[in-house]
Ligand binder design. Structure first.
Ligand code: FAD
Length: 339
């Protein structure tokens, strides 16, 4: 066996699981495509008890350092499959495979994509899903932000401080955000707001050069109605009519249309609900013995850091109990003492 426990995901759920498991002297590997997860891109966290305000990146780095001091090993590849054996599990990544006695699924949520031509090809070359991470590469440039909810508005506001012009593209005139916040965003001098338009293609040779837009009106959504008169375009010459569509010349496009659990790689391994979330019981057990789950990838009701962390600790203690029982040991509660 390479590890007692393999944790898939390095966000608050995975990192807290690791801290709890390592304090039980389990040999643990975290496999995470991006350590810190969604939490690391949270600009400012104001609801982590005991800390009034902290950047999400700093908070998750602290968690990782704490776990590393306890002996955590990490691998930054993508998990492609988990195979159940008689006596454990094989976890395969795009590079390696490892054997473990138990597995915790803590793979959180993945940004939704638009699914339009050019998006995949130009990801990392002007197409981004994280304004906080990639915004600084677009200083003085022109960027589009796609979406009409909190993440999109927050990203557009942040980028307006760096970029030359920001084009917020929403498929309706309704924004799922408080009116007062939207009014402030609309007043930003380099903010352009394009309503009722959807991106149909992202175009560029080696990097994003322009995006194609089509008229679109989504189903009436709740939220603040900006209406066509408030949707504004400062830099009208950037938008060019071309036959049945319009083209907007930009250097980058930030896709901020929410997050979804990405579970295709699980291939029927554990039970999922109709939202493709991993079904767990109160102890973090999944439908498969020896596989536990925690955080945003599960059917837990609220997607928040403290909840992910709490669920992560439960999953680790359950995994420890499972492994201890297999080895004929008695599992005791975690009060912070090490043997
Ligand atoms: C912009 C933003 C701001 C937020 N602000 C707050 C806030 O202020 N307060 C708050 O409480 N919550 C906030 N949240 C929500 C919070 O970040 C999440 O609830 C929390 O991060 C969930 O933790 P998690 O560990 O379950 O998953 P995530 O943080 O999503 O971590 C998932 C991990 O799994 C990895 N992963 C996924 N698939 C694979 C795979 N196949 N192979 C390997 N690794 C994989 C990812 O790389 C990542 O490391 C915010 C979210 C966002 C996006």
């Amino acid at each position: 066996m390479d590890y007692d426990l393999i944790i898939i995901g390095g966000g608050p759920a995975g990192l807290t699981s690791a801290i709890y498991g390592l304090r039980r002297e389990l040999k643990i590997l975290i496999i995470a495509k991006a350590m810190g997860g969604q939490a690391a891109i949270a600009h400012e966290v104001q609801n982590w008890p005991g800390i009034e305000s902290i950047g999400g990146f700093e908070l998750t780095q602290n968690m990782e350092q704490q776990a590393k001091k306890l002996g955590l090993v990490t691998d930054s590849n993508e998990v492609l499959s988990v195979v159940k054996l008689e006596d454990g599990f094989i976890v395969k990544t795009n590079k390696d495979e490892y054997k473990a006695g138990a597995v915790i699924l803590a793979f959180g949520l993945t940004p939704r994509d638009l699914g339009v031509p050019g998006e995949k090809e130009l990801t990392g070359r002007g197409v981004s899903y994280c304004a906080t991470c990639d915004g600084p590469f677009f200083k003085g440039k022109n960027v589009a932000v796609v979406g009409g909810g909190n993440s999109a508005i927050e990203a557009a506001e942040y980028l307006s401080k760096l970029a030359n012009q920001v084009y917020l593209v929403n498929n309706s005139a309704k924004f799922n955000i408080e009116e007062s916040v939207m009014q402030q965003v609309m007043a930003i001098s380099n903010m352009n707001i394009l309503c009722g338009k959807a991106v149909s293609e992202i175009v560029g040779e080696n990097k994003v050069e322009k995006i194609k837009l089509k008229k679109f009106e989504s189903e009436a959504a709740p939220g603040f109605d900006a209406s066509e008169t408030l949707c504004k375009l400062n830099n009208a010459e950037a938008l060019i009519k071309n036959g049945d569509h319009e083209e907007l010349v930009v250097d980058g496009i930030f896709i901020e249309i929410g997050f979804t659990p990405k579970t295709d790689w699980l291939a029927g391994l554990v039970e999922l609900n109709d939202r493709k979330e991993v079904v767990t019981d109160k102890a973090g057990k999944t439908s498969v013995e020896g596989i536990f789950a925690a955080g945003d990838c599960t059917d837990v009701g609220f997607k928040q850091m403290i909840i992910a962390a709490g669920e992560g600790s439960k999953a680790a203690l359950s995994a420890y109990k499972y492994l201890a029982a297999k080895r004929g040991l008695v599992a005791t509660p975690d009060w912070g003492t090490k043997k």
